[in-house]
Design a protein around this ligand. Structure first.
Ligand SMILES: Nc1ncnc2c1ncn2[C@@H]1O[C@H](COP(=O)(O)OP(=O)(O)OP(=O)(O)O)[C@@H](O)[C@H]1O
Ligand SMILES: [Mg+2]
Length: 494
């Protein structure tokens, strides 16, 4: 009963100190211990000091400091053996604790060392008045068991706090390095373009204005959209991203606005749309240039009225959503071609953030390279470095796939190399790229490589008839078109 109560207290208490206080309280309530204390050895002062006490005044606690071997407490610590003293008031042991006048006649003092496998931590002492027939030996045994509990808890606690301190330190170091060397708010770059962008992002984040982010593929549009959300007062609310090009046209409306049960054949349940899911937060409409013309008036309505029309539902639903859109296609041209509504464009484009291609901000290349190197070295537990020559080559290479290409290349180099990376370790197209200044297709990641390969194969098999290739791949024509664009796959027409 007593041991299980104490075990529970040790496990449940929010801190080690409060656990000890709990233990002493339990001993008072369930075992009639009116005065008790737990002392730990302080290596700095080389003395035993009380860390938790029950039934002792502040003054008594302050005075109860023992050297190794001094007094009963010091002796228990030094000899690493328990003691049992009966009829205390007749012996002079309580001087230093000042308990002489406090303890009742017939009270005994029991103390046990707090030990771990290789170390004595301190002393656990209690003053207890035994009832007739109550075994003092049993009491001492019990106290030793409790002492073991306490010592184990101490060890576990110490390990935890060491680990916590280690991770706290790691975290501090990491954020510090990030901030000092790489930029602010996790956005890396010292070029004027990026510095201005950081300023704008911070300002814009405080508003709910619609933002349009433009830039080539891989320049960091999605990344900046997230940064805006997480720097905004909406940061604790959802961030919902929708890629308008990757979802088949027929499903996109339901995906964005949701539907009610029975809205169409097959709508057995109702479904929340992305706008509803993003309520209170931010919706990120990626590849907005690919939003089908038929859906554009519906989005415009959301922007104007701040409410959505759910399929199969009469009355509109109010939503409070911040809208960020991104595109790597020039919307102005799409407007001229009649593929994008001008009114929608002006609504989305209250604030435009443009991300220049990496080749136009060369001074960011070494920073980004070092940052990705640091990231992947940690991830793969490696210690790979870039030689200065490699950095020079990076600065000259045109990076058609922009930051993503650089990131993927460095991930690959970290995985495949050891030690210093020299120009000869770089893939051939990089060296070719700097000499010929020809545009090379973006470097895809391993998975993207595979996907691209599959698409090329399917196109070859079907004689470059895209609709047939799409069928073969299990994609819609739109999805295939999106990927052909993304991977820069040359489509030869016959
Ligand atoms: N300034 C930056 N600092 C740190 N990381 C960056 C920065 N810019 C881009 N990145 C990283 O580069 C990668 C590519 O960025 P992101 O996916 O945002 O590009 P994107 O413009 O959205 O591309 P796409 O048009 O293909 O969607 C991401 O892993 C992103 O975290
Ligand atoms: Mg993106």
């Amino acid at each position: 009963m007593l041991t299980s109560k104490i075990g529970e207290a040790l496990v449940k208490a929010p801190s080690f100190e409060s656990a000890l206080n709990e233990v002493l309280k339990i001993l008072y309530s369930y075992w009639d211990v009116r005065h008790s204390f737990i002392s730990f050895f302080d290596p700095e002062s080389q003395t035993l000091k009380i860390v938790s006490a029950f039934g002792l005044t502040k003054e008594q606690i302050r005075r109860a400091i023992f050297k190794k071997g001094e007094g009963m407490v010091g002796k228990v610590f030094k000899n690493e053996l328990p003691v049992l003293l009966q009829d205390l008031e007749e012996k002079g042991y309580l001087n230093k604790l000042g308990l002489k006048d406090v303890v009742e006649r017939g009270t005994s003092f029991l103390a046990v060392p707090l030990k771990t496998a290789d170390q004595v931590l301190g002393v656990f002492g209690v003053f207890k008045k035994f009832k007739e027939g109550e075994s003092k030996e049993k009491a001492l045994e019990l106290l030793q068991t409790l002492g073991t509990f306490i010592s184990i808890t101490y060890l576990i606690n110490k390990k935890h706090s060491q680990e916590r301190a280690f991770w706290e330190e790691e975290k501090k170091l990491l954020t510090q390095t990030l901030y000092e060397n790489f930029g602010q708010e996790g956005i890396i770059g010292k070029s004027l373009a990026i510095q201005n962008l950081i300023k704008l992002v911070k300002k814009v984040a405080q508003t709910t204005a619609n933002v349009l982010i433009t830039g080539e593929s891989g320049t960091g549009k999605s990344f900046i959209a997230k940064a805006i959300h997480f720097l905004s007062p909406r940061k604790n609310k959802p961030f919902v991203a929708v890629n308008c090009a990757a979802i088949p046209e027929t499903l996109l409306e339901a995906e964005l606005f949701g539907y009610e049960k029975g809205a169409f054949t097959g709508a057995f349940t109702s479904k929340k749309g992305k706008f509803e899911l993003a309520d209170g937060g931010t919706i990120f409409l990626d590849e907005i240039g690919d939003l089908p013309l038929a859906l554009q008036p519906k989005l415009l309505k959301v922007l104007q009225e701040r409410e959505i029309e759910k399929l199969g539902r009469e009355e509109p639903i109010k939503v409070d959503v911040r809208i960020i859109a991104a595109t790597n296609r020039p919307l102005e041209e799409l407007i001229k071609e009649g593929h994008f509504r001008e009114d929608l464009y002006y609504r989305l484009n209250v604030i435009t953030l443009h991300l220049p291609p990496l080749r136009e901000r060369q001074e960011d290349i070494p920073l980004l390279a070092e940052y990705f190197l640091y990231k992947f070295n940690r991830r793969y537990e490696k210690e790979v470095f870039l030689s200065p020559e490699v950095i020079e080559i990076f600065k000259k290479y045109p990076w058609p796939g922009n930051v993503r290409e650089l990131e993927n290349l460095i991930e690959r180099l970290v995985i495949l190399s050891e030690g210093v990376i020299l120009p000869t370790d770089l893939p051939g197209y990089i060296l070719k790229g700097i000499t010929s200044h020809e545009k090379e297709p973006p470097l895809p990641s391993f998975i993207e490589d595979k996907e691209k390969e599959e698409i090329v194969k399917a196109l070859e098999k079907t004689g470059y008839v895209k609709s047939r290739a799409a069928k073969l791949l299990g994609l819609t024509l739109r999805q295939l078109d999106y990927r052909i664009k993304k991977y820069n796959i040359p489509v030869t027409r016959y």
